[in-house]
Write a protein that binds this ligand. Structure first.
Ligand code: NAD
Ligand code: MG
Length: 302
C-alpha cells in the first residue's frame, strides 16, 4: 500500500516521493480487468481480519468481481457472511478470483453475471442470488460506470449518458425493488456514492449527477423502509485504485490519480471495505440509517 506523505521531507525528497506516488501510464477498455493493472490493487487479501460481525448473513454485492466490490466481498466473507456477486460476463476471471477468496474464508460464494443496464437482468439478479444463498440480508448497490475521456459537455454522447444513468441509477432502483421481496427486519442496503456527489469534476458531469442522486435516493429509501426495520446508507469513496480508473480516465489523470487529496495519494479498495462492514452490521450500526460515510483521503462530504 502507498505510504502517507511525510510532512518533514525536503522538496527534493518530495518530488521523489511524488514520482513514487504516481501510477504508471496505462489504459484499458471498459469495464477493465484487475490483472492488467500496475500496481495490483490491495483488496485486503493479506490484511483483513474478521470478527464475526456479519455471522450467518447473506449479501449480494453488485460489481463484486473487482475493486471496491471485491474488497467488500472478501471482508463480508471473513465477517461470516455468504456472498453473491454480480458482474459483467466479460469479467468472469475477476469474478472467479473474488469467489475463490470468499470460499477460502469458509463461506458460500454465488456468481450471478449479467448486464444491469438490461431491466429484466437487473430485476432478476436478487432472485438468482436468493436461489443460491437461501435468502438475502444485505444488498450492496456497488456496480457503477463513468466515462471521463472528454473535454466538454458538448462531447457527451447519448450512448454514454444511457450507460452511465442506467448502470448507476436505473439498475440501482430495479435491483433494490426486486431485493425488497427478500429483505426483512434487520436487513440493510448500502449504496456506493462518491466524492463526485460533493466535488463534481466537469469531465464526469453525468456520473457526478448520478452520485448526487444516489445520496438523495438513500435518504428517501431510508425514510420509507425504516418502518420495515430496513436501514439504508451510502459510502462515498474518494479516488480509489480500481479497474474503473485506467478503463475510463485519460492516461495523464491516471498517473496523478489521488494526488489532489489532503492525504496526497489514492486509496486502496481494502481501505473502503470496513465502512461497508460497519454499515452492514446489525449490531454496530443498528441505529444508523440515511447517512453517508466518506472514505475520501480527506475531502469533505458535508
Ligand atoms: P470496478 O470497475 O472494480 O467496479 C465497478 C463494477 O461495476 C465492475 O466490476 C462491473 O462488474 C460493474 N458494472 C459496471 N457496469 C455494469 C453493468 N452494465 N452491469 C453489471 N455490472 C456492471 O471499480 P470500482 O471503482 O470498485 O467501482 C465500484 C463503485 O465505486 C462504483 O459505483 C463507482 O462509481 C464507485 N466509486 C469508485 C471510486 C474510485 O475512485 N474507484 C470513487 C468513488 C466511487
Ligand atoms: Mg470489474
Amino acid at each position: 500500500m502507498t505510504p502517507a506523505p511525510d510532512p518533514t521531507r525536503t522538496t527534493e525528497e518530495d518530488s521523489l516521493a511524488d514520482d513514487q506516488q504516481s501510477f504508471p501510464a496505462q489504459q484499458q477498455e471498459p469495464p477493465g480487468l484487475t490483472g492488467a493493472m500496475t500496481p495490483t490493487p490491495d483488496h485486503g487479501e493479506q490484511s483483513y481480519r474478521g470478527s464475526g460481525r456479519l455471522d450467518g448473513l447473506r449479501a449480494l454485492v453488485t460489481g463484486g468481481d473487482s475493486g471496491i466490490g471485491r474488497a467488500v466481498a472478501i471482508a463480508f466473507a471473513r465477517e461470516g457472511a455468504d456472498v453473491a456477486i454480480g458482474y459483467l460476463p466479460e469479467e468472469e476471471e475477476d469474478a472467479q478470483e473474488t469467489a475463490r477468496w470468499i470460499r477460502e474464508a469458509g463461506r458460500r460464494a454465488a456468481l450471478v453475471p449479467g448486464d444491469l443496464t438490461d431491466e429484466a437482468t437487473a430485476r432478476g439478479l436478487p432472485d438468482r442470488a436468493v436461489q443460491e444463498l437461501g435468502g438475502l440480508d444485505v444488498l450492496v448497490n456497488n456496480a457503477g460506470f463513468q466515462m471521463a475521456r472528454r473535454d466538454s459537455v458538448e462531447d457527451v454522447t447519448t450512448d454514454e449518458l444511457d450507460r452511465v444513468l442506467k448502470t448507476n441509477l436505473y439498475a440501482l432502483v430495479w435491483v433494490t425493488q426486486s431485493a425488497l421481496k427478500h429483505l426483512g427486519e434487520g436487513a440493510s442496503i448500502i449504496n456506493n456514492s462518491s466524492i463526485q456527489a460533493y466535488e463534481p469534476s466537469s469531465s464526469l458531469l453525468d456520473y457526478a449527477s448520478t452520485k448526487a442522486a444516489i445520496n438523495n435516493l438513500t435518504v428517501n429509501l431510508a425514510g420509507e423502509l425504516g418502518a420495515r426495520g430496513i436501514r439504508v446508507n451510502a459510502v462515498a469513496p474518494g479516488p480509489i485504485w480500481t479497474p474503473l480508473q485506467p478503463a475510463t480516465q485519460p492516461e495523464e489523470k491516471v498517473q496523478k490519480f489521488g494526488q489532489d487529496t489532503p492525504l496526497g495519494r489514492a486509496g486502496q479498495p481494502a481501505e473502503v471495505a470496513p465502512a461497508f462492514v460497519f454499515l452492514a452490521s446489525p449490531r454496530d450500526a443498528s441505529y444508523v440509517s440515511a447517512t453517508v460515510v466518506g472514505v475520501t483521503g480527506g475531502k469533505p462530504v458535508f
